[in-house]
Design a protein around this ligand. Structure first.
Ligand code: PBG
Length: 323
């Protein structure tokens, strides 16, 4: 035997030197759920160790995470049912609590990077990402709502706008609206290949945002499709996206790899709520080791080609690295 791959694995220092993928807190984006009120830190039953925060409880949490090296966050608003309507009007109100929180967080932590979610579902009485009429999701009628939402978010101080709605043409429409409003430096991280996945369950529990009727299959992608992700990516690229996201991550590592090879833009991947919940559930039963499986999962997403990973494990991973 002339070739023995094990020789490069015989010593920790050698293993470290030949390691092909890296993973640190700098690669992670931490999704957090926010809600109105005071002194709230309410655990999401289907997503252990994740909470709905009010601003006063969130600020110290952010301070702690920033110190651990987690600098980037996506915020999702849990909106009271009474404030939801057909046109998601609360999402366009510059004085809504979500945008107020953003102003205060940016004020308190100027070094933080805040990413938004652009879609109608947190504010929609139909629980859909687009405007619903007679059971149909209207594409072009949704675009002005999304562009207005993006502009008020940029105004409030979001660094990166994250269209998660999967309407056709939304990236271009949002780019144009942002530029016209004077926000040419505000980035767009597009949810480019977002699949109609069963792994979003805990997230919809967190926001109480599940569709009231039907499903999201007329806008989110079919899990069977790969070449279609190239089409979505091509469009987002041409329409001015700064980063392309694949979502979910774990069952879609091939898509992450594909987009990384084919497009000269950073790729992010969303390690979604269901992927996180699975590990918590198994760990609670003593079936899997929480820290080891979580780290391996995140590393695999980096190895597939993701530059950044949106993950509910961000804080725990950073804590693990510190220890
Ligand atoms: C909706 C949105 C969803 C997620 C992020 N933005 C759910 C959905 O499309 O129904 C899911 C994230 C997760 O599961 O962690 N615009």
């Amino acid at each position: 035997m002339y070739i023995r791959p094990r020789r490069n694995r015989k010593h920790q220092a050698i293993r470290n030197m030949v390691e092909e993928s890296t993973l640190g807190p700098e690669h992670l984006i931490y999704p957090l759920f926010v809600q109105e009120g005071k002194n709230i830190k309410e655990e999401i039953p289907s997503l252990p160790q994740n909470y709905r925060w009010s601003l006063d409880t969130l600020l110290p949490e952010l301070e702690e995470c920033l110190e651990l090296g987690v600098k980037q966050y996506v915020l999702f608003p849990a909106v009271r049912e009474e404030l939801k309507d057909r046109t998601a009007s609360y999402g366009l109100d510059p004085n809504n609590f979500y945008l107020e929180y953003v102003r205060q967080i940016k004020d308190r932590f100027p070094e933080i990077v805040l990413m938004s979610d652009v879609a109608m579902d947190p504010y929609s009485s139909d629980g859909h990402d687009g405007l619903v009429e007679n059971g149909k999701i209207l594409n072009d009628e949704t675009l002005p709502i999304l562009t207005e939402m993006a502009v008020v978010q940029a105004q409030a101080g979001f660094d990166v706008i994250g269209p998660s709605d999967m309407m056709d043409g939304r990236v271009g429409a949002i780019r144009e609206a942002l530029d016209q409003a004077g926000y040419s430096e505000t980035s767009i991280m597009s949810y480019t290949a977002k699949y109609a996945s069963a792994f979003y369950g805990p997230f919809r529990d967190a926001l109480d945002s599940a569709p009231k009727a039907g499903d999201k299959k007329t806008y989110q992608m079919n899990p069977a499709n790969k070449r279609e992700a190239l089409l979505e990516a091509q469009l987002d690229f041409e329409e001015g996206a700064d980063m392309l996201m694949v979502k979910p991550a774990l069952c879609y590592l091939d898509i992450i790899h594909l987009l990384k090879e084919q497009f000269p833009l950073p790729i992010t991947a969303y390690n979604v709520s269901g992927e996180c919940a699975m590990i918590h559930a198994a760990a609670r039963n003593g079936w899997l080791d929480y820290h080891a499986t979580m780290s391996e999962m995140l590393l695999s997403i980096r190895r597939a080609g993701a530059d950044g990973i949106l993950t509910y494990f961000a804080k725990d991973f950073a804590l693990l690295k510190k220890s």
